[in-house]
Design a protein. Structure first.
Length: 333
């Protein structure tokens, strides 16, 4: 049997499946992580098409791919995959990748906390992996500066006027108080929540009339995130919906960061206190934040988030050149 490509990966989950792609692919060229991302998309997109999409993956799978580091002291570079391309940032895959690197020995384990740095498109991020008796108990990372972007109101035919509070935590999230549209943040309401997000996008577009206060650029709304305040202090439940209409299974690292930064800027959260974001399947991400002053004077925080990712398996994939679906497919519906 002749096999054109053999690729090794490891799968983790914390409610959301994420596949860390380890080896078996060409060098991803570039002197910076944005250059590596551009090179990857131009020359190597078959990797995520083959491994994240069906039949080897599924439409809700996330992933990452390792690169050589670009900054002094970083252990690796990492690009974050989804079925249609790359994210600049992804908390879910950061947790999975950090756990995989320690569990498989790519980064030497040091009890009780292993420290290292990963290069990303948005810059280096600091990683902490807590280890007890040789077992990874939690992965944590310091995210990019996270802050309040602003608010807008959108007239949605079936929902009425919807208020979007926009925050940045690696991606732009438009937060909607679920109570105001009469839909409970619950796994049973996935179809209704996805439909509401799609209606919001259809009415307002992904490019909304808000500019990033940090750089003045017009933003593209990456996710619509429905939230509900819990009884516990500094605790929210969330359902993230991302195009073309899929609901996340976790609290989301970028979404948790964005809400923390937004609430802190508006005086509704003390970042020294533990913040909890709960997903529709009952999974919690927890974190705190360090206050920052952005270059333009706007308030921001640098969140540190943590959770436990569980290894599901180490994969040795083969890509048969005769396979008509060697580069995968996606069925919508």
């Amino acid at each position: 049997m002749f096999i054109s490509k053999q690729i090794y990966a490891v799968d983790h989950h914390h409610g959301q499946a994420s596949r860390t792609i380890l080896s078996g692919y060409p060098t991803i060229l570039g002197k910076t992580m944005p250059e590596k991302a551009a090179y990857y998309l131009e020359h190597l997109s078959w990797i995520h098409e083959s491994l994240i999409r069906e039949p080897r993956g599924h439409r809700n799978m996330l992933g990452s791919i390792l690169t050589e580091p670009v900054t002094e002291g970083a252990a690796y570079g990492v690009l974050f995959n989804h079925a249609f391309g790359l994210f600049d940032s992804c908390g879910d895959s950061t947790f999975a990748t950090a756990s995989a690197l320690v569990e498989l020995g790519y980064v030497p384990a040091v009890e009780s906390v292993t420290h290292f740095v990963l290069d990303t498109v948005l810059g280096p991020i600091k990683i902490e992996v807590q280890i007890e008796d040789g077992v990874v108990k939690e992965a944590r990372f310091e995210n990019v500066p996270s802050y309040d972007v602003g608010s807008t109101r959108i007239q949605v035919p079936e929902l009425g006027v919807v208020n979007l509070d926009v925050g940045f935590g690696g991606q732009y999230h438009g937060f909607v108080d679920a109570d105001t549209i009469g839909i409970k943040v619950d796994r049973k309401n996935e179809a209704a929540l996805v439909s509401a997000a799609n209606q919001i996008w259809a009415a307002g577009g992904r490019k909304i009339d808000i500019r990033d206060p940090e750089n003045g650029k017009e933003i593209t709304l990456n996710l619509v995130s429905f939230i509900s305040r819990n009884e516990e202090a500094n605790s929210y439940s969330v359902a993230h919906v991302y195009p073309p209409g899929r609901m996340g299974r976790t609290p989301g690292g970028t979404g948790t960061s964005a809400l923390m930064g937004l609430l802190a800027a508006r005086g509704q959260y003390d970042p020294s206190k533990t913040f909890t974001m709960r997903s529709v399947i009952g999974l919690d991400f927890t974190g705190t934040g360090t206050p920052l002053a952005m270059p333009n004077g706007a308030k921001a925080i640098r969140p540190k988030l943590g959770t436990k990712s569980y290894m599901m398996g180490v994969q040795h994939f083969v890509i048969d050149p005769a396979d008509p679906f060697k580069h995968g497919f996606v069925l919508e519906g």
